[in-house]
Design a protein around this ligand. Structure first.
Ligand SMILES: NC(=O)c1ccc[n+]([C@@H]2O[C@H](COP(=O)([O-])OP(=O)(O)OC[C@H]3O[C@@H](n4cnc5c(N)ncnc54)[C@H](OP(=O)(O)O)[C@@H]3O)[C@@H](O)[C@H]2O)c1
Length: 237
């Protein structure tokens, strides 16, 4: 029996001019303009699901919604649900079940955790979410996770909005098709401040994922970049 197809993953992040996505204490995590917010909702309006890491959901009032009515209408016109499915990854189950996201019931919330999640936590997560999927022993294998999600909700396009640790796992699994970046005219600094891709990273340049720049646009002082994963024949050229 063949495995279900994997969705296309698009990563969308706002970064400071020094490449950070938040401050080291995670308190500074929003520094982009209304133009970037518009861009975010436009991208969300094309996705079946939005995916975040536990720390992103815990460190700000994240809803993962479709935004204003015009974006919700556009989704419905394209045959998508009014709001995207919401997927949160939490290997140890550290995700706070009092987080803002759980107070807004406009679309299903799927939590993916691992066997490291204690039984008591698992029960709490099951009470808070629409579905909890337990994948793998330690790190959640995101291919397994997305295939499991697909069994209940067919998702063709997933917008991942960070943070850096989840992005790193996606890059290592070579799951990322597109990177959308908004470079903002702010410097955040901090040795321990997260960047687009944190976590374990790679050991050799030859393992680095290669992308090509397919679009760039300047709006005010912000730069909107679109990178696409190179096709196999381009990577070895
Ligand atoms: N500027 C932007 O566009 C932007 C966008 C998104 C987020 N942010 C900011 O970035 C910061 C968060 O980024 P972050 O890198 O610290 O954390 P993160 O990636 O949001 O979350 C990390 C957590 O997610 C879980 N996780 C991720 N990948 C996993 C995997 N493969 N297997 C198991 N668990 C996995 C783990 O949860 P457990 O600990 O439960 O195991 C891990 O501790 C926040 O301050 C947020 O506001 C900024």
């Amino acid at each position: 029996m063949s495995l279900p197809a994997l969705p296309r993953i698009v990563i969308n992040m706002a970064i400071s001019a020094d490449g950070k996505i938040a401050s080291a204490n995670r308190k500074v995590n929003h520094f982009s303009s209304p133009a970037d917010e518009e861009n975010l909702y436009r991208l969300r309006s094309t996705a079946d699901a939005i995916m975040n890491g536990a720390r992103t959901v815990d460190s700000a009032p994240v809803l993962m919604d479709a935004g204003p009515l015009r974006f919700r209408r556009s989704r419905v016109k394209q045959g998508l649900a009014e709001h995207p499915l919401r997927i949160v990854i939490t290997g140890t189950g550290s995700l706070d079940t009092n987080a803002e996201i759980f107070k807004h019931d406009f679309s299903p919330i799927v939590i993916v955790t691992s066997r490291r999640c204690p039984k008591k936590r698992l029960k709490q997560l099951q009470q808070a979410a629409d579905k909890v999927i337990v994948c793998d022993e330690r790190e959640v294998n995101l291919k397994n996770a997305l295939r499991s999600v697909n069994r209940c909700w067919p998702v063709k396009r997933v917008l991942c909005e960070g943070g850096g640790e989840l992005n790193d796992a996606l890059f290592r699994a070579d799951l990322v098709g597109d990177i959308r970046l908004t470079v903002c005219p702010t410097v955040v600094g901090g040795r321990d401040a997260p960047a687009i891709s944190g976590g374990l990273g790679l050991q050799r340049l030859s393992d680095a994922r290669r992308f090509e720049l397919v679009d760039r646009k300047c709006v005010g002082d912000e730069l909107f970049l679109h990178y696409r994963r190179m096709r196999l024949h381009q990577r070895h050229a």
